[in-house]
Design a protein around this ligand. Structure first.
Ligand SMILES: Nc1ncnc2c1ncn2[C@@H]1O[C@H](COP(=O)(O)OP(=O)(O)O)[C@@H](O)[C@H]1O
Ligand SMILES: [Mg+2]
Length: 377
């Protein structure tokens, strides 16, 4: 398949990106890659070794992946019009490998007996398996990607903040391949912008998080900084990777919001009442557990209590992490399943904003979220 794999096309612009490649040992070989590509594109190898590619959009694929992750690898590719694309190809058989790894991990943890009961590790592993299976299904990812493009467009402010989602090319996608337009940028954990820019990105990220949770009830819950790319030239933030999208029940999210709101207003009694009603706490829980839960909620509510919040100084995720140690010892009932991904989403956004040193959040976004929820009722 050498005529398709042509590194000449990809000049020095890409060399830094290729040099970042980790886990090279885990990449697919060129012939494994060819087999995977053929499954979706029906690309034919001619007797002379050249290719007949029935889908003419892509003329070149760089043979060396630019990224190799746990589920698949990404190749940069170009068209005859010199437009660049990301071709993400799933490793064959990966879903069963990862789910059985998770089963083995669970058995091992049971044997060595290191996980406290209050962690409810079975639930976490079950949730993890469900997520991995979904993430390995690139047809679901394509659907998520298309849906996300529409949702992002529905909020004019997100565009003003500079958020963009690269187009995906459905005719080139299959259950093992996703092709999207290349977004030129660096991952958001590798930038140190001026305060004004840091604040703009931070405000945008917090708005995006609230929109996803409380307006769209559909969220990209994978906080990996590699899914957020900053294009300094255009001042834009590219959002990629929709394998970790989750849909939530809008009613449940509206209920969950009442806890966030009570916490933001500093209303401990209301946090307690709503937490019992929604199953975050149960009558079996100890006083210590109840107190720790309320304290955790209060810390989560802080950024939405007053003016814009300094996430770096506020150390929200670290402080919640401290009180959550009590959960591991004291929790008697597992929390609602949604919280694993919702809290991962929030923690990811808070940490990114803290790293950027940006100020964001505040009462304004809380009030706006309440309007979104009320307008659905
Ligand atoms: N459309 C794109 N534009 C630019 N870079 C991309 C694009 N898609 C993927 N990448 C690069 O490949 C990496 C992995 O892609 P991603 O979709 O996040 O895969 P995974 O599901 O394995 O996390 C990204 O962090 C980014 O560096
Ligand atoms: Mg990713």
């Amino acid at each position: 398949m050498l005529s398709l794999h042509n590194s000449e096309t990809f000049g020095s612009e890409w060399s830094a990106a290729f040099s970042n490649l980790k886990n090279k040992a885990d990449c697919m070989t060129s012939s494994e890659l060819d087999v995977e590509i053929m499954k979706t594109w029906n690309t034919k190898i001619n007797p002379d070794g050249t290719l007949t590619n029935p889908i003419p959009i892509l003329t070149n694929i760089e043979p060396k992946p630019i990224y190799a992750g746990s589920i698949g690898q990404v190749h940069v590719s170009s068209s005859s019009q010199s437009k660049f694309y990301a071709v993400k190809i799933r490793y064959p058989g990966i879903a069963s490998t990862v789910t059985s790894d998770l089963d083995n991990l669970n058995s091992l943890l049971k044997v060595v007996n290191v996980v406290p009961e209050g962690v409810f590790i079975d639930n976490i592993i079950e949730e993890g398996k469900r997520e991995v299976i979904r993430e390995c299904d690139y047809e679901i990812e394509l659907e998520n990607h298309l849906r996300y493009i529409d949702l992002i467009k529905s909020d004019a402010k997100l565009l003003e903040y500079g958020f963009r989602v690269p187009q995906v090319i459905p005719e080139l996608c299959g259950d093992n391949i996703i092709v999207s337009e290349w977004f030129h940028g660096v991952t958001i954990d590798n930038i140190s912008p001026e305060p004004e820019i840091a604040n703009r990105i931070s405000e945008g990220l917090i708005r995006l998080t609230f929109l996803e949770l409380f307006k769209f009830s559909f969220s990209q819950t994978d906080p990996n900084p590699g899914n957020f790319l900053w294009d300094e030239r255009k001042g834009e933030i590219g959002l990629i990777d929709f394998g970790g999208c989750r849909e939530y029940d809008a009613e449940w999210m509206a209920d969950y919001f009442t806890i966030v709101k009570a916490a933001a207003l500093g209303d401990r009694a209301m946090v307690e009442e709503r937490s019992f009603e929604l199953g975050f706490l149960s009558s079996k829980d100890s006083k210590k557990m109840i107190e720790a839960h309320i304290e955790g909620a209060m810390i989560l509510g802080e950024p939405f209590r007053g003016g814009e919040f300094d996430f770096k100084e506020g150390r929200v995720t670290q402080r919640i992490g401290e009180v959550a140690k009590v959960f591991a010892k004291e929790r008697k009932t597992p929390p609602p399943r949604n919280v694993y991904t919702i809290h991962r989403k929030m923690a990811g956004a808070f940490e990114t904003v803290a790293r950027l040193g940006g100020k964001a959040g505040g009462r304004v976004i809380l009030e706006e979220a309440e309007e979104w929820i009320n307008s659905k009722r």
